[in-house]
Design a protein around this ligand. Structure first.
Ligand code: NAD
Length: 442
């Protein structure tokens, strides 16, 4: 017998179940799509698990488990990052792969969704062991990845250096051809793109500026002067903090896995970065007060940017959130139950599939440059990124207005749609449109 009623039962935090709930919520507004087509779009088309040994620097042989999921190739080859983290599971990778499908569709790049991950702690791994794990994982994936099948990129605890090893491994296995487009997020001198390192954060800023200028948050019409808190101080979070600061915002708190740092008058981000480089964490930066990750999430601020892990804002802690606008630089930081409560409280959430799509957008630019053997200037990359982010933001806002006006006109019993659902409807309709044009095989 269950000891929990439905209201008090623990929230299901399985990321793949969460991705499915979000999808089902959006599908309810698309009765024109056939049920079978909806099922096809919801499920990943390929899930691969590899288990492999690595002889570590200390002489021990250790087994590793890695996954690569291709969710959809309806709009083009799979695209998605590779994550190294002890909590990687196949369901997390499946969720991240499906979010990639919707992300590529809303930002309108010709890719499907994919994702990969290896379950281990990279912080306790030497550089040479990291390289061996990467090479063996990529060689075990074999022909599953490639420039026109499935193209990896960085995600948590992988970076340009990891992408260079992936490129080298792939190139060794496929001599005599241009292998640069097989992986993105590479170092600049190995076919990387200017602006890729900053792209996730810069795209996030562009989308926020557009959404605020278009009235997405009443009483907050721009980033200038806004009080911002950022959870996670890696590629997405640290660069978002710097770019929001540059755009005139006051960054009042940041955190990482070791804790947080807070300064009411605005943090000196160069000092925070220097302290993290020296000690491994932002916490304890001189002239700041420490705060926990829970405290950061409940800070009174204009813009809260979760830029670390999934499931940070949940049913059990959402009541404490006092931000006016939540901007999901991370993937999956808000659960469906928290989404609903935030919407009822009038707190807008700029959803992950749009807010962090700048990364895959510039990955697409890198792929195009690699195919053409070109390298574009950073200004050109940023300008193209801005256009893409603004178009995607406009499409989401227009869809929200259109659907909600229709629901009101029809006196529908369905709840009004939030920004996540609106963005998902745009994305699913785009993928469905292509699936129908191509025809379901056979
Ligand atoms: P990263 O490895 O560069 O940084 C991760 C940061 O999160 C680190 O500062 C780490 O200390 C912090 N962190 C880890 N656990 C934490 C915890 N429990 N509480 C608070 N902070 C914690 O990773 P990243 O590339 O910046 O990725 C962060 C998020 O952004 C992920 O959800 C990722 O999927 C998403 N994302 C990244 C990119 C990209 O291009 N890098 C693109 C789209 C989305």
């Amino acid at each position: 017998m269950s000891t929990h009623s439905a209201a008090t039962a623990p929230e299901d935090l399985n990321p793949f179940h969460i991705a499915a709930q979000q999808f089902d919520r959006a599908a309810a507004y698309m009765p024109h799509l056939k049920k079978g087509l909806i099922e096809f779009l919801k499920h990943p088309c390929r899930t691969v698990t590899v288990e492999f040994p690595v002889e570590m620097a200390d002489g021990a042989v250790r087994m590793f488990v890695g996954h690569r999921v291709l969710h959809s190739q309806v709009r083009g080859p799979g695209k998605g990052g590779i994550r190294y983290h002890p909590n990687v599971t196949v369901d997390e990778v499946r969720a991240l792969a499906s979010w990639m499908t919707w992300k590529c569709a809303i930002i309108d790049v010709p890719f499907g969704g994919a994702k990969g991950g290896v379950a281990f702690n990279p912080k306790e791994t030497t550089e040479s062991d990291l390289r061996k794990i990467t090479r063996r994982y990529i060689s075990d994936l074999g022909e599953l990845i490639g420039p026109h099948t499935d193209i990896p990129a960085p995600d948590m605890y992988t970076d340009a250096r990891t992408m260079a090893w992936i490129y080298d491994t792939y190139a060794m296995m496929h001599p005599g051809r241009n292998n640069l487009p097989a992986v993105t997020g590479k170092p600049l001198d190995i076919g990387g793109s200017h602006g890729r390192n900053e792209a996730t954060a810069r795209g996030c800023l562009f989308a926020v500026q557009r959404a605020l200028a278009r009235g997405a948050v009443s009483g907050l019409d721009g980033v200038r002067g806004a009080r911002v808190a950022v959870q996670g101080f890696g590629n997405a979070g640290a660069i978002a903090a710097a770019l929001f600061h540059e755009a005139g915002a006051k960054v009042v708190a940041v955190s990482d896995s070791g804790g947080g740092a807070r300064r009411e008058e605005g943090l000196d981000l160069a000092a925070v970065t220097a302290h993290k480089a020296k000690t491994g964490s932002v916490t304890g930066t001189p002239d700041t007060r420490p705060l926990s990750n829970d405290e950061l999430l409940s800070l009174e601020c204009d813009i809260l940017i979760p830029a670390a892990l999934e499931n940070q804002i949940r049913r059990d802690n959402v009541a404490a959130v006092r931000a006016r606008f939540i901007v999901e630089a991370a993937n999956g930081p808000t659960t469906p139950a928290a989404d609903r409560i935030l919407y009822e409280r009038g707190i807008a959430v700029l959803p992950d599939i749009l807010a962090n799509s700048g990364g895959v957008c510039v990955s697409y630019f890198e792929w195009v440059q690699n195919i053409e053997n070109e390298q574009w200037d950073e200004d050109e990359v940023n300008q193209k990124l801005r256009v893409k982010m603004e178009r995607a933001t406009d499409a989401m806002l227009a869809k929200q207005a259109e659907v909600n006006a229709r629901l009101k006109k029809e006196g529908s019993t369905l709840p009004l749609v939030d920004l996540r659902t609106a963005a998902l409807i745009v994305a699913v309709e785009r993928v469905a449109g292509v699936a129908l044009e191509r025809g379901i095989w056979p």
